[in-house]
Design a protein around this ligand. Structure first.
Ligand SMILES: [Zn+2]
Length: 250
């Protein structure tokens, strides 16, 4: 029989300690947040809009942590650079602006003869001539939302049919940074802004959320399921990151 002894410790063992630090990587001064966790055995690096976060074992030495970061110097600098380029673009709403729809350029036109809701004709999105900048913005966003309401459920249904997955409820969201999310009620939320992306990128986000319905984490089993549902997911994932500023522009 094995007996496991727990150290008496009133602090939450899952809660990491946090510390702000700096490190010089190839001559650049990089600030980072160090989070130490009890029970962790390796160093992990995370880069997102907050910058670099390092997760480390509770008792890891400074040398061990610094070495782990330096070993990934190329990756760290490259990722930080990518995030720096990710400021949303601002849009000046006027006749002739070009927007991205399903990965293709579409020119927005105020048309003297056009009445009612926006309509896509070839690569032109026609709006009523009376629309000013703010009205244009609203009309175009409504139009994207409407396209999303038909595109997303069709793609979700297609994946579910092909992989014998129970169909979730699909909700079109207005999220600016979270392209997709899901919950235990089996609701999948997808941002209408994704309609700016090519269909293969939208398919990746859908595959990602469908895989979360089975694995509510980013474990190896989760990524294996994503790869099973959508084998080319890595290229789509990169395309989504590269065009982040474009998709968030409005
Ligand atoms: Zn995820």
């Amino acid at each position: 029989m094995r007996v496991t002894l727990f150290r008496s410790d009133l602090s939450n063992p899952a809660k990491p300690s946090r510390e702000s630090r700096n490190i010089e990587v190839r001559g650049q001064d990089i600030p980072y947040v160090l989070k130490r966790y009890r029970g962790r055995s390796s160093v992990g690096l995370i880069i997102d809009h907050r910058g670099l976060t390092v997760t480390a074992p509770r008792r890891a030495s400074d040398r061990f942590i610094v070495d782990a970061i330096q070993q990934q110097a190329d990756w760290v600098l490259q990722k930080l650079e990518q995030w720096r380029g990710r400021k949303p673009l601002s849009v000046l709403w006027r006749d002739g602006i070009v927007v991205s729809f399903l990965g293709e350029p579409v020119t927005v036109r105020r048309d003297l003869f056009h009445r009612g809701a926006p309509a896509l004709e070839d690569s032109y999105l026609l709006l009523a001539a009376s629309d000013d900048g703010e009205a244009m913005r609203r009309q175009v966003i409504d139009w994207y939302r409407q396209q999303a309401r038909s595109h997303f459920p069709l793609r979700v249904a297609d994946f579910c049919a092909r992989f014998a997955l129970p169909a979730p409820r699909v909700i079109v969201s207005n999220a600016e940074t979270r392209w997709g999310s899901c919950n235990v009620k089996r609701e999948v939320r997808l941002s209408w802004r994704l309609m700016k992306a090519p269909p293969r990128v939208i398919d990746y986000v859908i595959a990602h959320e469908l895989a979360h319905l089975k694995h509510m984490n980013h474990s190896a089993a989760f990524w294996a399921l994503v790869a099973h549902i959508y084998p080319q997911y890595k290229a789509a994932q990169q395309a989504l990151r590269r065009n982040d500023a474009l998709y968030r522009a409005f």
